[in-house]
Design a protein around this ligand. Sequence first.
Ligand code: SF4
Length: 443
Amino acid sequence: MTALSLDHATLDMRPHLNMQRGACPALSAPMMTGDGLLARVALTDAITPAQLADLCRLARCHGNGILDISARGNLQVRGLSEVSAPLLDIDVRALNLPLRDGLAVEVPPLAGLDIAEIADPRALAEAIRREARDIEGLAPKISVVVDGQGSLRLSHLLADIRLVAVRSDGSIRWRLLLGGTEAVGKVHGVFGEIEAIEATLSLLRKLAAMGSKARGRDLGSGLSLNGDAAPSASPLGTFTLSNNLCAVGIGAAFGQAQAEGLIALCTEAERLGVKSLKPAPDHSLMLFGPRSACELLADFAGSKGFITAPSDPRGNIAACPGTPACKSATIATHEIAANAAGEAADLLDGSFKLHITGCPKGCAHPEPSALTLCGTAAGLSFIHQGKAADSPFASTIIADTNASLRRIADLVQTERRDGENSAACLTRLGPERLAAAVMSGRP
Ligand code: SF4
């Protein structure tokens, strides 16, 4: 651990902190939240367990020791101050991590090692990342996804430009989609590798020329894939890879972990012979090593409160940080989520993400959910098949949250038809039946 000994005298030469809400909270431009500044550490490649442990020590030293693993698989350090955020920036850079600078071009976490993938997307992604460096004026959150169609997909993540490997007449080509998830993005065309890079760069230049608010959806006018888009599998559990390697996906409950917990995980990973890891989508870490090491590490992680299997009900809840971490929040989302996982596990069958949000902004789940619980000034509102800002079908006081959710779970349990999952049952029941269930038993 060398980073903390750096000379910080050059601090006054750092660029001013960018604390504009909605801006990408990159390492040098942290964003203000309820528990202080939040800095994002975005990586382009795997790091060692020892490097992640060093990063966690920096999070403890400069921040409040809480790290997020975001839904897109970025690490975020919370609880920084205006003084400590630039120190974190300097110290993280001294760790020589493969930090992303510039445009976000994301590939699936098993890219290049995934025995099921149609194509390794990494070279294409790197070419786009490199060539796009000169393009100025893009919206801060523009993202490009390059997906080789392996066992772990990024199809559920929003992307301005998405390239998906497809087999066509015996060769590999790349389908380019604009905006949204893979299911709703508009098909722009199907290209060979070189043409796919050129088309992507040309679209990025067009977006830059349209101004810093233009997004991929503003360019899309074609048809979407709708039901033809392959769903994303869970990153949790063990995966057999090429080169006799194995990977294990381990999740942070509700996207957050204490530095101490992650340091313990990294120490055990090193001891077992795990050589590298990457933050991965769905608030997870993907760790690479021999099969026995991966299996033993999963057992260790489970004993420390991490999520190790897709069947864990906590993995079926999307909860934003809530109070006290976000100043816009009116409810303790993680506390409600932990109760929901314990008390309504039967409802959380993996067919939908229960969205628990501290305010109508809905950071944790921008897409509609079968059921959303949203904090309000008066308590909590329940939304059916919608986004956090949509009209609720019922509202309760905070004290009635668990009982209301249990009433909904009981209704689904009673009314569920053979073979019907929770999402389908919630859809069929509709907002009136759900509202009646929430209101039942009240004075
Ligand atoms: S949804 Fe609202 S309360 Fe939750 S993190 Fe976003 S802004 Fe904060």
